[in-house]
Write a protein that binds this ligand. Structure first.
Ligand code: GDG
Length: 730
């Protein structure tokens, strides 16, 4: 039976040692709860570091067997690995860069990278020890970016999902990392890559297509043979738990206590892990400004601030902690009186019951990170507001701000805006609080953690099915044999061959894609057989095809069917077509050439092509879209068709298409073997026009009307050679 394996840096467990005994307590974070529905079932597993260094082999064995009862599998790390892989690389390179902090926070050390690599290999070994073909592997977060590819190499068909819990930065930030290629290649080993927001998706697609030689179409990246789907899955929380906690006795008691303590003031809640990305100092500054510029709010507003200790052995974090201490101390010293302390500050963690009581009691929750992948605190506050009151102030830099649009959204760098937002929040009429809160509660309730897990896993299944259906249509050895057999049995064959992308790979200069010796040999061998009619059917200019294939025994169709030339005759042009539209379109295209360095116009008899392969990446695509929009109405008025291709946009007479040209040839003869190869969507017209009995083969991974797929021109050439080699044998 197949199983699911969850992999993350940390196992959802806390291990403590008393004397010689280790005790294990499952940790109750949202992720652990959500994934509990998976890893606790059947023979599913969760692999990760248990969170403490365990050196003795005997202890490792004891812990391994204790963890086994909880379906957990440990990857033991020694102190040096923790220092370099976890602290050094994950937290001192990836964390700052992914949160848009550069030089002062990111430190690039080769040895940290080596450890990062080595520990990712260690995780790979742990997975391979238990993974079987057919299993599903779901890897989490920035500590394990290399892992998907490491597993893929060993298990090419296994289903791998990857989810990043922190933001994915813009290409401009990401490319600073010396090991950017390796990191992206590592991630692309997955079949499905998930992020919290659509912006992260955009950034990842941008970085991958700029840094690696891969293409993307919408949100699908073609990496080698595989289609990798990139999507946003905004993570939710255990909403039921947070909405029911305030009704529990213990929480009710704490709520009463909080209400009593803060009965004369509005309560503003602030909860974060200690981290520079959370904007804690900036938040304090905004609060101080409120007290300074609006003294009428002194004694009327209190901030309850919890900072959960995190990584404070690292100097930068210790420094941040000291700064917070200082700033809080200053504000309190400045504004406190006998009855009122502006900030109640705690540098420690609390049981969830206390958090719930605070969430329930706080009039305002102030969440103002400088960057945050999602931010679950904001969602937990919403879920706890079972009376539909309260106000959330949320930074636009948190992923959650894309969903919780009824919060007061602020730019955390704008101290005045945050300060004003606090004033708006504490004065917000109850009716408006309820209107906003109800909307947000519905959203948090629906898109909860269980929903998140389900949609991710369902999508991963779909992606795998899509890849498999592509695979089954790939020309396998058996299919190839049966096509070759049919070829030999038949006496009157027609072979349609597209040129660019089908017989040769694309080149950045269109004139460089000239035929090589091998291709000529293939064409010669095919056309030597009197039973064969070889048709080269291309969008290229007829002069171009003449130059390359004019003396060959092949039928040439140029410019998508505008020109045709039978063996040993001259070119003919399709009659009755007009090209007067060019006078209007050409100048328009010229304005695009003037504005887009690297682009140029190619003029054909009945078409104009705007090429942007050598334009700045991204700019070409942008302009092509602009041009498409610009031409949309004009084109239909003038009977023109717009053909977006691989880094080109072609404008041509609607009457002309490769499908019609192919059909004209079929009308003339009764062929008993019809085969067509093509790679772009002008070839789709051929695939669709040919009779059902035809063998149609699409080159490359995109969706197609063709019956079969081949991966690249090399595979096309192989198949064609096999036709003729078999002939030679006979
Ligand atoms: C990363 C990303 C993304 C806090 N104080 C206590 C306590 N907490 C719990 C909260 C919440 C969690 O910690 C914090 O989660 P966040 O999402 O706010 O932030 P990160 O820890 O930075 O998480 C983040 C997340 O991954 C998920 O993908 O949203 O953007 O940075 O659940 O309740 N829990 C307890 N005591 C405390 O004192 N028990």
């Amino acid at each position: 039976m197949s199983k699911t394996i969850i992999v993350s840096n940390r196992l959802p467990v806390k291990i403590s040692k008393a004397g010689d005994e280790y005790t294990l307590a499952p940790s109750e974070g949202g992720l652990a709860t959500g994934l509990g529905s998976i890893y606790k079932k059947g023979n599913n597993k969760w692999i990760g570091w248990p969170g403490v260094e365990i050196t003795e082999e005997h202890d490792r064995q004891t812990i391994t067997s204790q963890l086994e009862e909880l379906s957990l599998v440990p990857v033991f790390l020694d102190q040096e690995e923790i220092n370099q892989y976890y602290e050094g690389f994950s937290n001192d390179v990836l964390w700052p860069i992914f949160h848009y902090y550069t030089s002062t926070y990111a430190v690039y050390k080769e040895s940290n990278w080596d450890y990062y690599n080595a520990v990712n290999h260690k995780f790979k070994d742990a997975i391979l020890a238990i993974a079987k073909p057919g299993d599903v592997i779901w890897i989490h977060d920035y500590q394990l970016l290399l892992l998907p590819e490491l597993i893929r190499r060993e298990m090419p068909d296994v289903s791998i999902g990857f989810f990043l819990h922190i933001p994915f930065p813009s290409h401009e930030m990401f490319r600073l990392i010396p090991w950017r290629y390796e990191l992206l290649e590592g991630m692309l080993g997955a079949d499905l890559i998930g992020f919290h927001t659509f912006d992260d998706v955009r950034h990842f697609l941008g970085a991958a297509t700029r840094i690696l030689p891969v293409n993307s179409s919408a949100n699908v990246i073609t990496s080698g043979d595989r289609s990798v789907v990139v999507e946003s899955f905004p993570m939710g929380i255990d909403e039921k738990k947070y909405s029911s906690l305030p009704l529990e006795k213990e929480v009710v008691e704490q709520i009463a206590l909080i209400k009593e303590t803060f009965k004369n003031t509005k309560l503003i809640l602030s909860i974060d892990r200690l981290d520079y990305s959370k904007g804690i100092l900036q938040r304090l500054q905004a609060f101080e400004q409120l007290l300074q510029l609006h003294p009428e709010y002194c004694e009327k507003v209190t901030m309850h601030m919890i900072v959960v200790p995190s990584r404070d052995t690292v100097p930068q974090y210790a420094h941040l902690r000291d700064e917070i201490d200082k700033r809080v101390g200053n504000i309190n010293a400045m504004y406190r009186n006998m009855e009122w302390t502006p900030i109640h500050y705690y540098y420690r963690s609390f049981p969830i019951e206390t958090l719930s009581a605070l969430y329930y009691s706080a009039d305002v929750c102030l969440v103002s990170p400088m960057r945050d992948g999602m931010n679950l605190v904001s969602k937990e506050y919403i879920a706890s507001r079972i009376n539909n009151d309260g106000v959330l102030i949320l930074s636009e830099m948190a992923g959650a701000s894309k969903e919780l649009i009824d919060a007061i959204i602020v730019n955390p760098n704008n101290t005045k805006e945050v300060c004003d937002a606090i004033i708006t929040a504490i004065n917000m009429p109850l009716a408006e609080q309820k209107r906003r809160m109800q909307q947000m509660r519905q959203l948090v309730a629906k898109f909860n953690i269980t929903h998140w897990v389900k949609i991710f896993m369902d999508r991963l299944k779909e992606v795998k099915q899509m890849q498999r259906s592509m695979q089954t249509r790939h020309v396998s050895f058996a299919t190839e044999q049966s096509i070759i057999k049919r070829y030999h049995k038949t006496k009157k064959r027609i072979i349609f061959l597209d040129y660019d992308g089908t017989l040769v790979n694309f080149k950045s200069n269109i004139n460089q894609a000239s035929p090589d010796k091998e291709l000529y040999t293939i064409i010669d061998r095919l056309s030597e057989d009197p039973a064969n009619m070889v048709v080269l059917i291309s969008g290229r200019k007829h002069e171009n095809l003449s130059e390359w294939f004019g003396d060959k025994n092949v039928y040439l169709i140029a410019e998508h069917g505008s020109w045709f030339k039978q063996q040993n005759t001259s070119w003919h042009k399709v009659a009755g077509l007009s090209d007067s539209w060019k006078q209007e379109i050409h100048p328009l295209l010229e304005t695009y050439v003037d504005r887009t360095p690297g682009s140029f116009i190619e003029e054909k008899t009945y078409s104009l092509v705007w090429h942007y392969r050598n334009a700045q990446k991204g700019l070409g695509e942008l302009r092509a879209n602009e041009l498409m929009n610009n031409l949309k109405y004009l084109a239909s008025d003038k009977g023109l068709q717009l053909l977006p291709g691989d880094k080109v946009l072609e404008v041509k007479n609607m009457e002309i298409n490769k499908g019609r040209a192919a059909l004209m040839l079929l009308d003339k003869n009764d062929y008993d073997f019809i085969i067509a190869f093509g790679d772009d969507y002008t070839d789709e017209d051929v695939f669709k026009a040919l009779p059902e009995s035809a063998v149609t083969i699409k080159v490359g991974g995109n969706v197609s009307a063709a019956k079969f797929y081949l991966r690249n021109p090399a595979e096309v050439r192989n198949l064609l050679l096999n036709f003729t080699e078999e002939l030679a044998v006979q």
